[in-house]
Ligand binder design. Structure first.
Ligand SMILES: [Ca+2]
Ligand SMILES: [Ca+2]
Length: 291
């Protein structure tokens, strides 16, 4: 399989050399995407480990790919939060992003109205009438989000998108709603524990293992809530109880992120697999911050 992939890459490289500088620029995005696709196909093979050198490839035309194997449960399941009526995490997240309490309350209500079946407007929410007033027909969908991108339709999400273009990195529509503490970002741990970022550092150091790098074979793994709470310096019973409801230690859904590039041009493709089967495949915009 790897031999075949190398042949594909070799062919792509040859084709590039035949191009003029102008065509090359025009085609850069296509090639960057092709590299990203090659990375995805390679990484979905079950023998590939998180720290496999094959996940990083550089060609002699300044093109290549970088693939990261993650756990989809490292993200907040938006449907789970809304349908279980969580009143804490979403608000805390939007507050941390600097949105005012009134905006946050309205956004949370609008998100809830989008997924609940009824047409009853939550206190500061938005149902059919509110969307029609804004000239939008057929909204809300009144069902759980089928993909993260759908959230962009919800009233107020355009503002979130402008202020936090990396918002997609926080959410998923897959999994049981429990966050995989062994794979999630430092920012997410800080959010879950309601602690400042500096209190998260000991957990990151622990997780990274002897080589100091996360997602390598020597990583250490958390196995219990008290262990996580203690390392975060959380002794408040209520917060420990919340962590028990929010976290898990090994989410089974795999998220393959492949960034293909040609010079400065980059494309990011995602493949989400569950039990070896692809459940979602798509491209998401690249932003400066990475989770
Ligand atoms: Ca509704
Ligand atoms: Ca490590």
């Amino acid at each position: 399989m790897i031999f075949v992939l190398c042949m594909v890459l070799f062919a792509a490289t040859k084709a590039l050399h035949a191009d003029t500088a102008y065509t090359r620029m025009m085609r850069g995005r296509i090639y960057a995407k092709r590299y990203a696709e090659t990375g995805l196909e390679l990484a979905r093979h079950p023998v590939i480990q998180q720290d496999d050198p094959l996940l990083h490839f550089v060609s002699d035309d300044e093109g290549g790919f970088d693939v990261t194997l993650k756990t989809e449960e490292a993200r907040l399941n938006i449907n789970h939060l809304l349908l279980t009526g969580d009143k804490v995490l979403l608000r805390r997240l939007f507050n941390r992003w600097g949105f005012k309490p009134e905006f946050t309350a309205a956004l949370c209500d609008a998100l809830k109205d989008w997924v609940d079946e009824d047409e009853n407007v939550s206190l500061n929410g938005a149902e059919k009438r509110e969307y029609l007033k804004a000239g939008l027909e057929g909204m809300p969908f009144n069902r759980p989000f089928k993909e993260v991108e759908e959230m962009l339709n919800v009233r107020g999400m355009d503002i979130v998108n402008a202020e936090r273009p990396d918002w997609r990195e926080w959410f998923t529509v897959y999994g049981d709603g429990l966050i995989d503490i062994n794979d999630t970002s430092a920012e997410m741990i800080s959010l879950l524990g309601n602690v400042p970022m500096e209190r998260v550092q000991p957990l990151l150091t622990f997780r990274a293992g002897p080589d100091g790098r996360h997602r390598t074979r020597d990583d250490a793994r958390f196995t219990s809530v008290p262990q996580v709470a203690q390392m975060l310096g959380i002794f408040n019973r209520g917060t420990v109880e919340q962590l028990t409801q929010w976290i898990q230690f090994s989410g089974p859904i795999r998220r393959i992120e492949s960034v293909g590039y040609l010079g400065p041009l980059k494309r990011k493709l995602i493949l989400i697999t569950q039990g070896g089967q692809a459940v979602w495949r798509g491209e998401i915009p690249i932003h400066g911050t990475d989770s």
